[in-house]
Design a protein around this ligand. Sequence first.
Ligand code: SF4
Ligand code: SF4
Length: 133
Amino acid sequence: MTDIAATPSRTCGDCTLCCKLMGVPELKKPSARWCASCDQGKGCTVYEERPPSCRNFQCFWLMDEAFPEEFRPDRIHALAAFNDAPDSCVLHVDPAHPKATRSPEVQALTDALLKTYARVFFVSGKESAMLTR
Ligand code: SF4
Ligand code: SF4
């Protein structure tokens, strides 16, 4: 979705998963649906004009090199991101890959998030849950 403030050595590469999983209020784009402007696996076709929500978004994998390379969101069908509620974050899992919810990678990611945040809001399409330590 964006790499404007990414850590110098990490970029989105072929990943465009946030352009599906994240809602974009300015575009009235719901979560878990591909943005019409996304060239899947390549990038944003309106990059220079993309709205502030897209400009300001970075998933945790992009922000923090402590997350393993193989946990790039498009590879595990899930992304973690900041949440408005204090001491919490959001874990979005692609509803097109329901098995990803129980994958070792997503389980490991969930465990790592719960070491930092008291609550992890899990969202996958219409499914949601609040995970706690
Ligand atoms: S999910 Fe993360 S790595 Fe993938 S495109 Fe979005 S910001 Fe980049
Ligand atoms: S406008 Fe561009 S960056 Fe924003 S969701 Fe759509 S494709 Fe992704």
